[in-house]
Design a protein around this ligand. Sequence first.
Ligand code: PGA
Length: 222
Amino acid sequence: MKEFFIIANWKSHKTLPEAKAWLEFMLSKKEALAKIEGKTIIVCPPTTLLSYMKSFILEHDLSILLGAQDISLFDEGAYTGEVNGKQLAELVEYVIIGHSERRSYFHEDYELLKQKTEKAKQSSLTPIFCVQGDDTPIPDGLSLIAYEPVSAIGTGKPDSPEHANDVARVYREEKEMYYCLYGGSVTAENVATFKNQEFISGFLVGSASLDAAKFFSIIINA
Ligand code: PGA
């Protein structure tokens, strides 16, 4: 069976009580989640929520994995405000690198993203490397990338499933990527139009992942 990844990117959203309510909803769907085959569900919340969410997921044996939204360029040391790979590895298995918001608001360029990818690998984290088109450079040795055209992020205007599939094909075939996800205005309503595209291996979901019921529908419909 084709392995699928359904990944929630909460960005800078949610307080602790809000995260708890989201998890309680998922707990109410625990049996349905456990029965889903071939779909890996990953949530990438803000760092402040990771420890609580990890405890909740372990305590209730929920079929959900955790990811971070960023990783420090540095190992432990005097780097105020940074969270390093060793610290993240206590809490998560995945880390998003190269999201277009980090590229534009925080001026992260390819050289820096390459180094962050290396840091993730050194800490045994799997990078979810975001690309904005079929010509975005990617570091060697990645297994999971997410194609997210900037025009589709948070706009309600997703790429066409056919074009998203073409971009995924370029990475899957020409660059020997194993998994290529699509992200950008994915909803419970439109996800089915993407899921049968040959080269798309899942979804990175922003806005629609904040509402637990909507995200659960995406998981089911994907
Ligand atoms: P969106 O965001 O689903 O709100 O468009 C996707 C993303 O930026 O990962």
